[in-house]
Design a protein around this ligand. Structure first.
Ligand SMILES: [Zn+2]
Length: 151
């Protein structure tokens, strides 16, 4: 595992990236630009986060970290293959990338908005925008490669 000295954390109020020293992760920090209080507990999350239509904006578009969002369904075989890989990555990428899981059957509004045609589909979001889309049950190495810019 890579030793991290500091994290990059985006202020939800003004969007500015702030540097959070490793030992301050999880504490409340103050945005260097706008002065807003930032709850940095997201830096300590080491598992996937359940995303729903109703919390999509807050957890994805306003995320302090870049996001990899897995669009999946319980009946999908290939989704079951990458599920454990994403849990592993959530641990390895703690403090750097948030990994979300969106059940497309239960959250049709988001699935329709982003025109999810097949699952699994992995969407990459940064600063409120979708920046990449990966379709299919990719091997772990390929997912890591696709996210290299954020690591
Ligand atoms: Zn700010």
């Amino acid at each position: 595992m890579i030793k991290i000295n500091a994290y990059t954390f985006r202020c939800s109020s003004c969007g500015t990236k702030n540097r959070i020293p490793h030992e301050k992760a999880g504490q409340t920090a103050k945005c260097g630009k706008c002065g807003s209080a930032m709850d940095t507990s997201a830096l300590l999350v080491d598992r996937t986060v359940v995303i729903e239509d109703r919390n999509f904006n807050r957890n994805i578009l306003e995320s302090p970290l870049p996001v990899l969002l897995d669009c999946w369904a319980p009946w999908c075989g290939p989704c079951k293959m990458i599920g454990p890989i994403l849990e592993e990555l959530a641990m390895e990428w703690r403090g750097r990338i948030r990994i979300g899981k969106l059940n497309v059957d239960e959250n049709p509004a988001t699935a329709n908005k982003f025109e999810i045609r097949s699952i699994p589909t992995l969407m990459v979001f940064d600063h409120g925008k979708r920046v990449d889309t990966l379709v299919g049950a990719l091997p772990k190495g390929q997912i890591v490669e696709a996210m290299a810019a954020f690591l």
